[in-house]
Design a protein around this ligand. Structure first.
Ligand code: SIN
Length: 270
């Protein structure tokens, strides 16, 4: 599909594109919606600059792509429970998403994607890295693809959120998902394990599973599969969580970086 209603500038051939000519605070025309969706399918993470959105407008944009999910680990804003604050400053002990991950993969139905709207950025640093799990899958050897075909892995959120919030009495999600998933729209295959949530491969010994997972993580971290986004105030990133990893770089302490995220619900990986 050609783009008529928006302008799309790819950041690399594998992942990432900047989008121009759309105001996310206003209702999108059908054509704009279709092209934004198409750009997301094609580039896996898309970026917008100079956007003005209230929390309601942010939620309305997210809802164009599906139901909004309630974050299973972090409470939302009191008046907008679907909106999670992403905030770090001189008092922070950790920041959200510091390690490579896809969002909430321990959920039975991990998110379709997330829309992160950044309001305050440090003078330097604070970029977010994204990696294409399509590109990572495509670059596996045929023998490794055959080995992983049909394999499942357990994803568990308990070790993450219990370490961050030791006082909270709560069981966090734990689920089993295919190691290689097929995207429901593009039908492309991608690697669907990540170093944050995945605890082990099923059906093989711990030693074998850990060795394979460590190989996959090293493979997926290849810079050839990545793009890196430099934030400015009012920038927006929208990533397809089904086929990407991301990592927030905390290289700006003690400065402040602050924004808001909504999460679009997804479905059971297959
Ligand atoms: C996240 O993982 O949602 C946070 C990403 C970021 O702050 O750049």
């Amino acid at each position: 599909m050609a783009y008529d209603a928006i302008e799309v500038k790819p950041m690399t051939r594998r992942i990432g594109a900047e989008i121009f000519g759309v105001d996310l605070g206003q209702p999108l025309s059908n054509r704009q919606y279709e092209e934004v969706h198409q750009a997301l399918m094609e580039h896996q993470v898309i970026f917008f600059r100079d956007q003005e959105m209230s929390h309601d407008q942010h939620k309305a944009f997210g809802r164009l792509f599906g139901k909004l999910a309630i974050h299973s680990g972090v409470p939302g804003l009191p008046e907008h429970k679907e909106v999670v604050a992403i905030h770090a400053d001189a008092t922070s002990k950790f920041v959200a998403g510091e390690n490579w991950h896809s969002d909430l993969t321990a959920d039975a139905e991990p998110p379709l994607g997330s829309v992160l709207y950044m309001k305050v950025v440090p003078e330097s640093g604070g970029d977010t890295m994204f990696a294409s799990m399509y590109a990572a899958y495509d670059a596996l050897s045929p023998r490794m693809k055959t080995y992983l075909d049909g394999m499942t892995a357990v994803h568990d959120a308990n070790h993450i959120y219990k370490a961050l919030f030791p006082d909270v009495e709560k069981q966090y999600p734990r689920s089993s998902h295919p190691v290689i998933r097929t995207h429901p729209v593009t039908k492309r295959k991608s690697i669907f394990v990540n170093p944050s949530y995945t605890t082990h491969l099923e059906g093989v010994s711990k030693e074998e599973g850990d060795a394979i997972l460590n190989y996959l993580y090293l493979h997926c971290m290849n810079p050839n599969f990545q793009c890196r986004f430099r934030w400015a105030p009012n920038s927006v990133a929208f990533w397809d969580n089904r086929c990407t990893w991301h990592q927030a770089i905390w290289d700006y302490f003690p400065d402040t970086r602050s924004g808001f995220r909504v999460t679009v619900a997804g479905d059971k990986p297959f």
